[in-house]
Design a protein around this ligand. Sequence first.
Ligand SMILES: Cc1ncc(COP(=O)(O)O)c(C=O)c1O
Length: 488
Amino acid sequence: MNEQPSAPYLDALVAHGFRGSGRFHVPGHKGGPGADPALRYALGDRALALDLPQDIEGIDIGPKPTPYERAEHLAAEAYGAERTWFLTNGATQGNHALALALAPLGAKVVAQRNSHASLVDGLVLSGGMPSFVAPAYDHDLGMANGVQPDALREALERTPDARAAFIVSPTYYGMCADVAGCAEVAHAAGVPLVVDQAWGPHFGFHPDLPAGALSEGADAVLTSTHKIVGSLTQSAMLHVAPGGRIDTGRLARAVRIVRSTSQSALLFASLDAARRQLAVHGEALLHETLRAVAAARVKLASVPGIKVVGEELVGTPGVANWDPLRIVLDVRGTGNTGYEVADALRHAYDVQIELATQATMVLLVGLAESAVALERVGGDVEETVKRITKPGSTLAVLAPPASLEQQMAVAPRDAFLGEADLVAVDDAVGRISCESIAGYPPGIPALLPGERITAATIAYLRDIVTAGARLHGASDPTFRTINVLSEG
Ligand SMILES: Cc1ncc(COP(=O)(O)O)c(C=O)c1O
């Protein structure tokens, strides 16, 4: 029987939350009465009544399968997984758990060099040692694409004792790697392929969208449900494929130690509900959304100075497919940077976008986006660009020379937790970084903990700070000093 139209966790929570039970347990607001009046007004007593702890009979303990277990099982079924975990600390928690399970102390793994920071943080926790594989790079737009199977093969040959391979697909810009090709390469090398599909929780739920990474041969996949599908911020899922390449018992232990003992029932309920909506109505909702996005794309493409980036990149290095829900605009023809257009759009029309870089703006579209909002943003961009266009064309900011090719000198854990010296950046050349520093734009980590610092990286980071870029992760945002591993 098809049980996807049910939402057992949400239903159990609702059934318990409003029945007037004596609440002599956490949380201290007791379902509302103990909360600040302004919070009660803002969230409403219904949300507070459902803010229940774990271990309530009939929700997550009691006769098996409990509603909680059934909810995770339905999510696994919807995504074609053998096992799915609900995560309450985002896909971040999933990367931490995967690193702990697959890259334990001293173990080697191959990882995409510009993986999300949470993977490198996971390796700091676990003590694993990454050997990096560079993604393909679009020099025109200053944008990293996916890892190519040949590059993955080469990295795995270089690291014969690797225990797993980690790649990211899709990218922030919605560009998808050849996951099937990467899975084939990883499996030929005898290792599982982990795909960080944080930006693709909707993949596989409409014929015009890319397939989900699990169906393309990945062994573990992260989906940041909250990013595109309708669950609450911080909720995500970790899926493991059937086939046994991942030890689910070991991963379950790892998931457990990187979560709170008081996980939010509201987040779980939102995941259960989002899975139901996606599995039951996702195709219809996506159908409408895709139609509205296509119309918005046509409108945006007609704006002088704006180029809509997307499908035409499919087939270029590292782009096997693309996500039509992401609207990527190349704004260089307006003579402005993406920051400038985004600022002007915000000031004039109170439109907030997902990401701006020197050359681009990225508008994120959700599963059930309003067609009216999409139509309006086309007009808002048109009017804004008309007003601020200047002669000339903006240059894309490129990644630091060779940063995508960098390799670790010591394990991230040793560098992050080791004794550090704070030194002037000019004295840091040749030393090992304890810091993770990414310049925005282009958002590619220029330095990771454990990498040896080169003069070119210092020069690049100094240049982009002077040009007004922000440095994520740097202990000194002005980039005069940096923590390096003590040699004493
Ligand atoms: C590729 C990738 N993986 C993981 C994450 C972390 O996701 P979350 O914010 O759900 O923890 C992000 C966040 O932007 C991401 O871009």
